[in-house]
Design a protein around this ligand. Sequence first.
Ligand code: TYD
Ligand code: MG
Length: 456
Amino acid sequence: MAKARETQFFCKECGFESSKWLGQCPSCKQWNSFVEAPVAPKSKGAKKHALTSEKPVTLSEISIMQEDRVTTGIEEFDRVLGGGIVPASLILVGGDPGIGKSTLLLQVCKHLSDDGHKVLYITGEESLKQIKLRANRLGDFNDNLLILCETNLDLIEAHIRKSEPEMVIIDSIQTMFREDVAAAAGSVSQVRESTNMLLQLAKGLEISIFIVGHVTKEGVVAGPRVLEHMVDTVLYFEGDRHASYRILRGVKNRFGSTNEIGVFEMRMEGLSEVKNPSEFLLQGRPENTSGSVAVCLIEGTRPLMVEIQGLVSKSGFGMARRTAAGTDYNRVNLLIAVLEKRLGINIADCDAYVNIAGGMKVSEPALDLGLVVALLSSYKNKIVPVDVVVFGEVGLSGEVRAVSMAAQRVAEAAKLGFKTCILPKASLEEIKGNKSIKGLDKMNLIGISTIGEIPW
Ligand code: TYD
Ligand code: MG
């Protein structure tokens, strides 16, 4: 009889399994991402389950308690989760190393323990002293929070069963290992089997477990992408490490909407919530310079204002340079082509750079008009007044198309004191008579249907 294989090849990025090494992953198309690792242990002898253990039930027989979410008291965090933590859920918090995941979760622990919830914070990355130093910066903690330095999941399971917490934080999944999986901590099979074990603990003991996972492009550590399909909720914590703000983004949520974002600012005393992100992101906008315009976008369910900067300058070399920081490069190229063709201007021999100020990453159709206005303004060297906001999708024939949630965008701009709004004509028709938008009467709304009608 053929001997069963002891090792398999796994894709580090997505966890795809293959019996031989492959140069490119057929699943996620990543190059050079295959590593050899032992296969997961099979349970000895297939178990024959007695049919009587669980019988199927009708939906009406299942009772759910109303409002059983646990709110953390950090509003931005709760919103991204869809209104609080669902009991017995497994939540993955991913992000680059050093972005602030441990800080955020320790602050969540602080709020939860202050509210009387029993929380266990398990770290495999830092010593107890380091945690204490961090905690000192964040404020006073009470005794509902227990800290444990451990990486062996079998021991962790025993601790969880003994201390019976309501919430558990695992920081980070890449440092955890199971004894029965013969692979290094952080390898694909360890990470996957560890998560499996935590999943069973969460569902079996009805505790909510947060798992921290580092995202790494290179190196031997398995990316959290491997786990995305196993957990209930995936949050990514992102931001420019050099800028102080951080964005928590819901990527997957079985209990709420995704695309929701929470904005934080990293301070000396930990992360603080940014309640008015638009104001925050527009801080320090240059006045009286060409190539800068404010755009109102929708992230999840709320409007967000960002500044778009464009720079078009004569190219010194034969090849024009194009870059897009914070948004889709191909979209910018496409819009430049639309500008050339429909307005007859010649950007082909110019360098064109686009930047979303503050290091934000955005991609929404409504951004198009902002990109076009910023590029035009820089090309013609005409200043767009600082109290102007634009939004709208631009099509290939230069038409400006309607976008969703126009009323919310205009309301946000009005709230921040913008005086003029350039928007798609179709969206203008939609919100014209809308009395519920505060400050609409003070706003000068200009509806346009093609990019030829842009006033600058
Ligand atoms: P950390 O939570 O350790 O990141 P991660 O767990 O994602 O690797 O955050 C580390 C960074 O946060 C570090 O560069 C210092 C900074 N920081 C502050 O600026 N203020 C604070 O109060 C704390 C605790 C950290
Ligand atoms: Mg950490």
